[in-house]
Design a protein around this ligand. Structure first.
Ligand SMILES: *[C@@H]1O[C@H](CO)[C@@H](O)[C@H](O)[C@H]1NC(C)=O
Length: 419
């Protein structure tokens, strides 16, 4: 029997549609674009896992190669140079700060003796993916530098699997301390009163952690005047917050994927994923997790009821015994800035926090905003009812979303008025 080409086509189309289609909330705009993007990510991850299993390459390195290939393809389609050719007036230099590779973006020269804003940026990517210099981060930093007349320093901190916590944090801290030295600020004609630290996702985690450390470091005469955190990752003790549960199946950051990023970052055994998903790692058995510490991420108290809905807290009585000892980074404030005490938060700079309704990390951000406010810090929380995790960096064609552009606009506007 000859199979009709039309039958093959119909079957193939059905198979692709089945792979690509995921039900999404109505509020999410451009749903098909998100589905295609997510299918691309899933395919890259599955291929990478296969290659890893076959012993070819570490799966993180395979994913990096496929995203770089994709970005190269976009550049090929785009007649202009890197960064989508945006902001040709911005001067770009690849140098090092205290031995850490950074890319510095300098805005077109202002008048003589005119001091500029400064902004240090840590990119996202689960402490494993992404680059300060490539893809949308390059485009975003050029735009921020140009529009704010700011010297932007984007940090190429080291990633998993080459390193794990605390190395990425220490890289960022070293670069930040170098940036905040009077000599360096003077060299770039930056106003010491107008220096921000910022980052998205895992980069928001690093920005929050570095901002805390610098705020309480008495040896630092200059401090950041602002922190701008875009859907930051802030805690690893509760993977059953309302947002983790509500958004566990929303692309592109699925709940188990975030847990895996955490285990990778903390240098822990990846087989612990199931224990973390059921909060076995933070059971009441662990006396090191004091009631005081638990209160710092108690969403039943810290979230407005609008977000709590009918969700119930998951606090396990008797989970896995040794976990906190096996993964000491779980209780380290340098990894989980939400665990910091009120005395530390009180010293933090004025804060901008972006949260998205359709993001497992929504409640991390909302709780941090609330706790900073309670500690007396001025906080602006831009909550996007139609936002999903990752959209801030989706502004370059063909991976561009209206919500991403809107969020970037909001971010630049806030910095324009507050930095
Ligand atoms: C969580 O801990 C309990 C008690 O030790 C254990 O029975 C259960 O199997 C654990 N769950 C997972 C998913 O490991």
């Amino acid at each position: 029997m000859r199979v009709q080409p039309v039958v093959v086509t119909v079957l193939l189309t059905a198979a692709v549609a089945y792979y690509v289609y995921i039900p999404l909330p109505d509020a999410i705009q451009e749903p098909w674009k998100l589905m295609m993007l997510d299918a691309g990510f899933r395919a890259a991850m599955q291929l990478a896992s296969l290659k890893d299993w076959l012993g070819f390459d570490h799966y993180i390195r395979s994913i990096r190669k496929s995203t770089e290939g994709f970005e190269g393809m976009i550049k090929g389609l785009d007649s202009s140079e890197s960064g989508g050719g945006v902001m040709p007036g911005v001067k770009v230099s690849d140098i090092t700060f205290a031995g850490i590779p950074v890319r510095v973006y300098e805005p077109p020269a202002g008048g003589e003796g005119h001091l500029r804003r400064g902004l240090m940026y840590f990119h996202g990517g689960g402490w494993a993916l992404g680059s300060a210099k490539k893809g949308s981060y390059d485009a975003i930093n050029r735009m921020v530098s140009d529009e704010l007349s700011a010297v932007v320093v984007s940090v190429e901190y080291r990633l998993y699997p080459e390193v794990h916590f605390p190395v990425p944090y220490l890289d960022c801290l070293a670069a930040a301390k170098h940036f905040l030295s009077p000599d360096v600020l003077a060299k770039y004609a930056i106003d010491p009163e107008r220096v921000a630290v910022s980052g998205d996702s895992a980069g928001g985690n690093l920005a929050a952690a570095v901002a805390q450390e610098i705020s309480i470091d008495d040896t630092m005469s200059l401090k950041f005047s602002i922190q701008a955190l875009i859907y930051p990752v802030l805690q690893a003790l509760d993977f059953n917050t309302p947002s983790y549960l509500q958004n566990q199946d929303i692309p592109i950051l699925y709940r188990p994927v975030m847990v895996r990023f955490w285990l990778q970052y903390l240098g822990a055994d990846l087989s612990l994923q199931h224990q973390l998903l059921v909060n076995n790692h933070s059971s009441l058995h662990h006396s090191t997790i004091t009631p005081d510490l638990r209160a710092r991420l108690d969403w039943t108290v810290l979230l407005p009821s609008k977000y709590k809905k009918d969700y119930k807290p998951l606090i396990v009585k008797k989970g896995s015994q040794g976990l906190v000892k096996e993964v000491p980074g779980l209780l380290d404030v340098r990894a989980s800035p939400l665990l910091a005490g009120p005395e530390v938060l009180a010293k933090c700079p004025r804060t901008y926090i972006v949260t998205c309704e359709y993001d497992v990390l929504r409640d991390d951000g909302l709780m941090y905003a609330r706790r900073l406010q309670d500690a007396g810090v001025t906080v602006t929380n831009d909550h996007y009812e139609d936002g999903f995790h990752g959209c801030f960096s989706f502004i370059v064609w063909p991976m561009d979303f209206d919500i991403g552009r809107k969020m970037l606009r909001g971010y630049i506007n806030w910095l324009q008025n507050n930095l």
